[in-house]
Every structure is written in structure tokens, then in C-alpha cells.
Design a protein around this ligand. Structure first.
Ligand SMILES: C[S@@+](CC[C@H](N)C(=O)[O-])C[C@H]1O[C@@H](n2cnc3c(N)ncnc32)[C@H](O)[C@@H]1O
Length: 202
């Protein structure tokens, strides 16, 4: 049984070496970049590599994380690369409070951290802030990843249930998260197995 990580768990991860904090965008998002349109929300952005990747492609990006530490690390990256991203400390369980709507939301490793009741709240928020016709691109741990290390596993059925109302799932494809070298032996060779979801807001 996987425990649900809390803020302290994420703070501890950033105080050490966070397994997901690779110095580039996750390959699944790079491959799917052409599916991303318009104004982008990166939900649970960490130190911002995916947000910065989409900013470099010309998108206006708002990127949120509920911890200050990753946001404080993300902002100078934008300055160093001459990019503009609106990095904000904000809880993804209160997306409506952003007061903005988006053409595309990306979620790289956030959906799978929520307990069931928060998952519903999170999806309800996404449904409010992504404009009808807009897209969601989401990568989460897959139930195909063996062992207990890392977050709870997500099945295709979980994804279809979570996005049954207000969304059409266009595809769910198997992929792998890249992790930092220190975690190479912790997961399946090549990185933990993941699902990459493309969903359209109806
Ligand atoms: C697995 S990490 C992925 C970070 C980033 N997307 C990446 O790919 O490097 C999940 C991130 O979500 C953040 N997070 C967890 N719960 C959150 C919440 N309720 N609201 C906003 N961010 C949250 C954590 O602080 C962490 O940075």
C-alpha cells in the first residue's frame, strides 16, 4: 500500500535530491509538444523544466507549485535562459483561485500524488480552468511499474473514471519517466513506467 505524500515529504525531497528533478523537460512532453496550444498551465511544476520548455516554444506559461523551494529554484532558470514564465506558489487543489483560464494544462507527476478525495477536487479545478476545447497532457505513474518505490500506481481505468465528465480522453499511451541517475536502479530500467494522457475539455 502506497502512502500519500504530504508537503513535508516533498520538502524533504527538494532538500535532498528529488528523483524527478532532471535538468530538462520530460521526454513524453517533448514528444507531444505539438499538441500544446495557446496559454499553458503547468500544475505541480517543480523546478520548472517543463514550463520553461513550453515558454521557449513561445507559449505564455503559468506554472504553480505549492512549495516555495522549487519555485525559488525555477525563477532564476527563466532569467538565465531569457524566458518568461509566471511561476507562482499556489495549491493545485485551488486552481479556480488562480482567476485565469488556459488553453492547455500540463501535469507531469502531480495527479498520482493525490488521495482519492483530493483527486476529484483537483480534476474539478482542471475542468474549471481549462477552456472548452482545450487540452490536458498528463503523465503519471503506471500500474505496470512493479514494486512499491515512488507514488501510488494509476490504472487506465482510474484515468478514465477521473476524466469521465467534462473531458474526452483522446489517448493513453505507455511511456517512462526519466529520473536522476541516483535512482536508475530503483525503478524499471529506463525509468518508472508511466501513462501519458491526452484529454480534450468538452
Ligand atoms: C513528482 S513532482 C513533479 C515536479 C515537476 N512537474 C517535474 O516534472 O519535475 C510533483 C510536484 O508537485 C508538487 N505538489 C504536490 N502537491 C501539490 C499541490 N497540492 N499543489 C501544487 N503542487 C503540488 C510538489 O511540490 C512537486 O514539486
Amino acid at each position: 500500500m502506497h502512502s500519500i505524500p504530504n508537503k513535508d515529504n516533498f520538502s524533504d525531497a527538494y532538500a535532498d535530491k528529488a528523483p524527478w528533478d532532471i535538468p530538462r523537460a520530460q521526454p513524453a512532453f517533448v514528444e507531444a509538444a505539438d499538441r500544446v496550444a495557446g496559454q499553458v498551465l503547468d500544475s505541480g511544476c517543480g523546478t520548472g523544466e517543463n514550463a520553461l520548455f513550453f515558454a521557449e516554444r513561445g507559449h505564455a506559461v503559468t506554472a504553480i507549485d505549492f512549495l516555495e523551494e522549487p519555485i525559488v529554484r525555477a525563477r532564476p532558470k527563466a532569467d538565465e535562459r531569457g524566458l518568461k514564465v509566471d511561476f507562482r506558489v499556489h495549491d493545485a487543489l485551488a486552481l479556480e483561485a488562480l482567476g485565469e483560464t488556459f488553453d492547455t494544462a500540463i501535469d507531469c507527476g502531480l495527479f498520482h500524488v493525490f488521495a482519492d478525495e483530493d483527486r476529484w477536487r483537483y480534476v474539478a479545478g482542471l475542468t474549471q480552468v481549462v477552456r472548452p476545447g482545450g487540452m490536458l497532457l498528463l503523465e503519471c505513474f503506471s500500474d505496470q511499474e512493479p514494486g512499491e518505490a515512488g507514488p501510488r500506481r494509476i490504472s487506465q481505468a482510474d484515468l478514465r473514471e477521473a476524466f469521465a465528465a467534462g473531458w474526452t480522453i483522446e489517448s493513453i499511451t505507455p511511456t517512462q519517466f526519466q529520473v536522476i541517475p541516483e535512482y536508475a536502479d530503483t525503478f524499471t530500467p529506463g525509468g518508472p513506467k508511466a501513462w501519458f494522457v491526452v484529454a480534450r475539455r468538452t
